[in-house]
Every structure is written in C-alpha cells, then in structure tokens.
Design a protein around this ligand. Structure first.
Ligand code: OAD
Length: 248
C-alpha cells in the first residue's frame, strides 16, 4: 500500500486537472453509515420501500419516521473527516478541480471544496411538494410527521430518490468534466448505482487515469481502474496529501 500511495501522490502532483467522484464510504469515518455492505442502511431497510419516490408519495410519514428522521439526526452531528479535509487540501494545492459526490451530507463543502456537484441533490434543504419552497433542514420542526411547509404542503428531502431523474445540469456538467480530466480519484463508492457508476468509465474512455480508494474491490477495479488503494478514505487521503506536499 505504501508504494501505491507514493504512486498516487506522483500521479496527482504532476496533474492540474483532477476530479474526484465520491460515495458514501467517504463519510463513514464521519459516522454516517454507507448504504451497502457491513452496517449499510439497505441491509436494514429495503430501498424500494423507503427511498423510492412512489413509496414516499404513498406514505410520507412512514418514510420520514424510518429513514429521513434518522438521516437528519446523523447528518446534523457529522463533521468532515480526514478524507474530506484531504480533498479540500488538494484543491488548495491547485491539483483538484471539482468534486462529484453522490453524498447529500454537505461535508465536502464544509471541509472547503468550492466546486462540488451534488449528483444526488442535497439533504441541507427540504422541499415543499406543493409550492416547491425550500426550507433549511436544520430549521424543520419534527413535532408533526410528515413535517409541513407554511402553505400546508408536505416536505420532502431535496435529494434524488429512486425512480427520479438526476438533475440534467448535474448530469451534463459531470459528463463534461469527467471527459476533460487527466486523473479521476474514485473514493468510497460501490459504483453500482447508475448513472453515477458510468462517470469513471467516461473518464477512462477519454484518457484519464483512474485511481480508486476503497477497502473493498468494486466492479470498476479490474476493468476500469488503473489501480486501487485498499484502505479507509481518511487514512489513505491523509497520507497521499502528505506525500504530494513533499513533491511540490
Ligand atoms: P455504497 O453504500 O453503495 O458503497 C459504499 C462504498 O464505500 C463501498 O464500496 C465500501 O466498500 C466503501 N467504504 C466503506 N467504508 C469506507 C471507508 N472508510 N473509506 C472508503 N471507502 C469505504 O455507497 P454509494 O456508492 O455512495 O443513492 O451508493 C450510491 C448511491 O446508492 C447513493 O448515493 C444512494 C444509494 O442508494 C440514492 O439514494 C439515490
């Protein structure tokens, strides 16, 4: 692993056009559970029953009680970890240009990254189903479930649920920057949810080097990634940044 960290540092230090794609694994060290694998949310509850737009529309109170309330609690407590901090440092060093994240927790922005594409939307706001007004999640009162907007409409997270489209502007911009980058870091994603899973494939086909950071192999590992650094994102990124700083 030591050699691969040095190799990644060299690949990053000599590139000025780096993009990172992140997934739930990047926030695990901040106390936010992933969706799949050990301790994953979808091990306990069925995503089609609790994270599909049709289920939400059928029974918003059930989805608020089982999933959204818990997410609010966990995300409100979370702070950026060494993975977010390392990625923010890579931007400061002029190496990392953009973050494409599947996460909705806002931790990349909190750590200091300035160009963050929230591919699956954000949990920072709840949106009224009736008047479309957005309300900061931290200001939403949970005395009544489902919570309502002042117009009486039901509030839903401003995130993409299963069965919904990715906002076209995010899809377009992610495609563009992934086709233009020289190196793509793919950190903490199982890379099984389409269309985010296709982003590293696009980057690779356009000539980018793909470096994965993940304790487990993914469907990208053998075919798309140039190499994988098998470890926790926080620890690995901290070491990579230290090595990069020695090279600059
Ligand atoms: P997953 O939960 O599918 O995958 C998490 C990945 O993080 C796995 O590959 C783990 O091996 C890895 N991992 C775990 N701990 C880690 C650590 N400390 N450091 C680095 N990696 C670690 O999460 P995503 O790939 O983000 O979508 O899932 C994609 C989408 O599926 C989510 O955005 C969400 C979900 O359903 C929607 O809700 C629309």
């Amino acid at each position: 692993m030591e050699n691969l960290i040095k190799k990644a540092a060299k690949d990053l230090a000599k590139s000025k056009k780096v993009v990172v794609l992140t997934g739930a694994g990047v926030s695990v060290e901040s106390g936010i559970p992933p969706f799949r694998g050990k301790g994953g949310i979808w091990e306990k509850i069925d995503p089609m029953e609790f994270a599909h737009i049709d289920s939400f529309m059928r029974d918003p109170a059930k989805v608020w009680n089982i999933l959204i309330r818990e997410m609010k609690d966990v995300i409100e407590k979370a702070k950026p970890n060494n993975a977010h901090i390392g990625l923010a440092r890579l931007e400061e060093l002029g190496i990392l240009k953009s973050v494409i994240t599947q996460n909705v927790d806002g931790l990349h922005q909190l750590a200091g990254n300035t160009d963050v594409i929230e591919f699956h939307g954000t949990f920072a706001f709840q949106r009224c189903l009736k008047c479309e007004k957005k309300i900061e999640t931290s200001k939403v009162c949970l005395d009544e479930i489902p919570p309502k907007c002042e117009c009486g409409g039901i509030l839903r997270p401003d995130c993409v649920l299963f069965g919904e489209m990715i906002p076209p502007e995010h899809l377009f911009r992610s495609g563009k920057i992934s086709r233009e980058c020289e190196v793509m870091l793919v950190v903490g994603t199982s890379a099984v949810v389409y269309p985010a899973s296709i982003i590293p494939v696009d980057a690779k086909e356009s000539g980018a080097k793909i470096i994965e950071i993940n304790p487990e192999k993914t469907p990208l590992t053998e075919n798309i990634s140039d190499y994988i650094i098998m470890g926790n994102a926080g620890e690995v990124l901290k070491e990579i940044v230290s090595e990069v700083e020695l090279l600059l």
